[in-house]
Design a protein. Structure first.
Length: 350
């Protein structure tokens, strides 16, 4: 490596390590020395930073002669979290620069935020169910008393509605925090997608009948099961079908399509929820999966929505290494498609 480059790199605050094709360290800067005390020229990088992910990307970079960016936590420093850039400086692709940006503090704050929301939600569960219990008891005793004032009953109905709404919000927040933190692994089982979808549609029969909506399932998926977390997928299907019903007109049809798709040598099960409802205009599309984002806040609130549904869908899809895509045309309808890998790769950190 050129002397001038070494000199400038030695002073910059990001961690910089350069390696050769044998992953032997040929250069490191001051920031690297401060973080990894035993770093030295001539040492194997694997002895300093242990990470399957880092190794895989380094191999890929040398093989494909390309730069890469990714995030990882070393297995020998489990409290650290880095954003890594792999960069070739010279055209001979013999030396690779590894730049590590320490994001541990940010990650900690993010963790504190999600823990806080999860704890608060959990603590709200018990008082809420107690309020609902008492409201119900009072309502029952009022019903038995024929001389009662009707307005009290109305107030109690409103209290009950609001307490239920808060309960739904708390349950959704708990679901979201369960799936957004990647630290706790989720369990994959053999899941029959068609069966899960039929179960969800059965569950929503009342809503479907109320709006006279028919659901057609078109199954072109050529395998019977995929490896997935059933409880999590039920949440995804419930949310997408519920939205399709909520935003469809009366007497319309909702199609649910299952297909096999091969992309980059991986087989996916692709599931589309197609409605002919009101649709969503372009400017909202990219923001739909944000927490609490709603196109029409008042309307959605009146329908009892929390605005967390699609956020939960996105996180669960991510945890399955899947993809979510949304297509929509105002007044024509919307299609929400999720693609889930048929087999899950288990990553073992060494
Ligand atoms: N099929 C759809 N057609 C039209 N708009 C939709 C559809 N699905 C979602 N949306 C829009 O996206 C917003 C976010 O959806 P999301 O499911 O996250 O929240 P919600 O349905 O309002 O409440 P909940 O969290 O209870 O599901 C909705 O408020 C609605 O504006
Ligand atoms: Mg919803």
């Amino acid at each position: 490596m050129k002397k001038k480059l070494r000199l400038s790199l030695s002073k910059i605050p990001s961690i910089i390590i350069a390696i050769d094709t044998n992953k032997e360290i040929i250069f490191y800067n001051n920031a690297a020395k401060q973080k990894f005390l035993f770093i030295d020229e001539g040492r194997d990088l694997n002895n300093i930073i242990r990470s399957t992910e880092l190794n895989t990307f380094i191999d890929k970079a040398f093989r494909e002669k390309e730069d890469f960016k990714f995030e990882f936590t070393p297995s020998n420093f489990s409290d650290m979290y880095f954003i890594a850039d792999l960069i070739f400086v010279e055209k001979d692709y013999e030396e690779l620069l590894i730049s590590l940006n320490d994001q541990s503090l940010l990650k900690n704050y993010e963790q504190m935020r999600t823990d806080f929301v999860a704890n608060v939600s959990h603590e709200l569960r018990t008082p809420l169910s107690s309020i609902l219990g008492y409201v119900e008891t009072i309502k029952n005793s009022l019903n038995e008393d024929k001389t009662n004032d009707k307005t009290v009953g109305k107030f109690l109905d409103t209290m009950e509605d609001q307490a239920w709404r808060m309960t739904r919000l708390v349950e959704d927040l708990l679901l979201l925090s369960k799936y957004e933190t990647e630290d706790k692994p989720i369990e994959f089982q053999e899941a029959n997608i068609r069966q899960l979808i039929e179960g969800v549609v059965d569950n929503l029969q009342n809503k479907l009948m109320a709006k006279k909506i028919e659901v057609q399932i078109k199954d072109d998926f050529d395998k019977s099961t995929i490896s997935a977390n059933k409880d999590a997928l039920i949440q995804v299907f419930l949310n997408l079908t519920d939205n399709a019903i909520k935003y469809s007109r009366e007497n319309s049809t909702i199609e649910i399509e299952l297909e096999s798709v091969i992309d980059d040598n991986t087989t996916f099960c692709q599931i589309s929820f197609i409605d002919k409802g009101e649709g969503i205009s372009k400017e909202h599309l990219t923001r739909l999966t944000e927490r609490f984002y709603r196109v029409d806040k008042n309307r959605s609130r009146n329908q009892g929505g929390t605005g967390l549904g699609l956020s939960i869908v996105k996180h669960i899809t991510n945890r399955h290494n899947g993809k979510l895509s949304i297509k929509s045309k105002v007044d024509k309808g919307s299609t929400f498609t999720i693609s889930l890998p048929v087999f899950q790769q288990t990553v073992i950190n060494t």
